[in-house]
Design a protein around this ligand. Structure first.
Ligand code: SF4
Length: 76
């Protein structure tokens, strides 16, 4: 999982169309179920390290990319 620093984001929406698994949603389009991710994104972006270089996807990325209900596995 990656998060986006809301202070750095300029809301250009490019990432929404570029994300291969459609994991990025504009905050105005969040469903009721997705709304908790707005605050979670902000909290984690302040805590997690900033990624400054491109890295290969994790080896198990394909296994996880289309699974639903992954929130339960997130360790904050
Ligand atoms: S690409 Fe996404 S994260 Fe980056 S500035 Fe645009 S909307 Fe924000």
């Amino acid at each position: 999982m990656l998060v986006i620093d809301p202070e750095e984001c300029i809301d250009c929406a490019m990432c929404e169309t570029e994300c291969p698994v459609e994991a990025i949603v504009c905050e105005d389009d969040l469903s009721k179920e997705q709304h908790e991710f707005l605050q979670l994104n902000e909290q984690l972006s302040a805590k997690w390290p900033v990624i400054t270089t491109m890295k290969p996807a994790p080896e198990d990325a394909e296994e996880w990319e289309l699974k639903d209900s992954k929130r339960q596995y997130l360790e904050e």
